[in-house]
Design a protein around this ligand. Sequence first.
Ligand code: SF4
Ligand code: SF4
Length: 95
Amino acid sequence: MADKEKKKKISQIDIYKAWCKACGICVAFCPMGVLGRDEGGYPYVKSLEKCINCGWCEIRCPDFAITVHAKKGEIEEIRESFEKEEEERTTAPGE
Ligand code: SF4
Ligand code: SF4
């Protein structure tokens, strides 16, 4: 169980300014205060280290202008950890 310790995953947030209408919804819904608004009202990443990868900004954006995902290289790591958990579940004693 020593390897149960979770490493913090670093998110990557992409904002497509061409699609963004500066409505501020993503900023308002972010529970961690990761996003800020510039002088034009457009969102920018203020504190990436606070992002918990919840996806609320992406889900709430009406214009598909913001996406959040694990940083390259960590996606495989996350997938492997899910596969490992699934394997442990299916081979649990007493099953
Ligand atoms: S994924 Fe969640 S925590 Fe990260 S910026 Fe979006 S709303 Fe905020
Ligand atoms: S919710 Fe979407 S359109 Fe509105 S400010 Fe955020 S990225 Fe731009």
